[in-house]
Design a protein around this ligand. Structure first.
Ligand code: ADE
Ligand code: ZN
Length: 337
């Protein structure tokens, strides 16, 4: 199979996305359109000037711009439009199922009601042909009290999200800071995930598992620094939602050739490929897949494994999960040899 054929296979294969912040799908053009619609003053004079500011040196330098971009979201229709635009891109990349993160505190802190945020995003999911569920993320730079209060505000909409996550500035905000709120979410039957081991040390991955009891680790690429932890996570089948373009844009790796995705797979880990914040990092799902397949020694068997991993790690009922896995296997079985 030629490189071009492999690229086509990877683009067309059915896949799931498990790590996408919906606020990170807000394209500069939509930021400006919503700013105008809502009378919000932006500090950047043009789409081009805003795009030029997307030169990040680390996670925090990105988050500062990402939270500023989200300030144009005020009405339910804004949240709907943002989500609908993402789902259209996902469908074009043959994403069959997506589990979308949203950051309510970014909006409720500006006076936007929880109801506006959840309903706008949820309605767009319902109107899409892509299977889509929601994961509410707590901002780890804020207090656990703030997270607990946010959870209370979200409980009237409990049927509209399947789980909770933990994102924002990692270093200095270890998972154990959120032990109580995650315990409460666990009692509520919510799925649990957390960003860990993106910029933070492997110890954060360990405490996300042992203290928060998460079922997946978001990013987790620094796990290879701890061999015992790597072996444990592989043995337990805990998935990592890896985001290659994010990792190079935020300087977790200097260039894609340095990315450790192949080593993660070789270690037996359930690694998946995801876009994180596609409007800020240079692309959606297929851009991420093409970036790793162009830069790393990955072949057809890796493509099938990554597609399977994405559904294996998804929070889906067993029957639906198996149907997607069968679709992946049928797709690869039908490829010309
Ligand atoms: N919020 C949006 N993208 C994020 C990332 N990559 N890490 C932590 N928080 C985030
Ligand atoms: Zn993320």
């Amino acid at each position: 199979m030629t490189n071009n054929q492999l690229r086509t296979v990877v683009q067309a294969m059915p896949k799931a996305e498990l790590h996408i912040h919906i606020e990170g799908s807000l394209e500069p053009e939509l930021i400006f359109a919503l700013a105008e619609r809502n009378g919000v003053q932006l500090t950047y004079p043009s789409v081009e000037a805003l795009r030029q500011a997307y030169a990040f040196k680390d996670l925090q330098s990105f988050l500062d711009i990402y939270y500023a971009g989200a300030s144009v979201l005020l009405k339910e229709q804004d949240f709907y439009d943002m989500t609908a635009a993402y789902l259209k891109k996902a469908a074009a990349d043959n994403v069959r199922h997506t589990e979308i993160f949203f950051d309510p505190q970014t909006h409720t802190a500006r006076g936007v009601p929880m109801e506006t945020v959840v309903n706008g995003i949820y309605k767009a999911c319902q109107d899409s042909p892509v299977s889509a569920t929601l994961i509410l993320c707590f901002l780890r730079h804020l207090s656990e009290e703030d997270a607990l209060e946010t959870l209370e505000q979200a409980l009237p909409f409990r049927d509209k999200f399947i789980g909770v996550g933990l994102d924002s500035s990692e270093v200095g905000h270890p998972p154990e800071k959120f032990a109580r709120v995650f315990a409460r979410c666990r009692d509520l039957g919510l799925h649990l995930v957390a960003h860990a081991g993106e910029e933070g040390p492997p110890a954060y991955i360990q405490s996300a598992l042992d203290v928060l009891k998460v079922e997946r680790i978001d990013h987790g690429v620094r796990i290879l620094e701890d061999r015992a932890l790597t072996e444990r996570v592989a043995r337990e089948g805990i998935a990592l939602t890896v985001c290659p373009l994010s990792n190079t844009k935020l300087r977790v790796f200097d260039q894609m050739q340095d990315h450790n995705l192949v080593q993660l797979l070789d270690a037996g880990l359930v690694a998946t490929v995801n876009s994180d914040d596609p409007a800020y990092f240079g692309g959606y799902m297929n851009d991420n897949f093409l970036a790793v397949f162009d830069s790393l020694p990955l072949g057809l068997s890796h493509a099938q494994r990554l597609a399977r991993n994405s559904f294996v790690a998804a929070f889906l009922p067993a029957e639906q999960k198996q149907a997607f896995l069968d679709e992946v296997d049928a797709y690869f079985a039908a490829l010309p040899v």
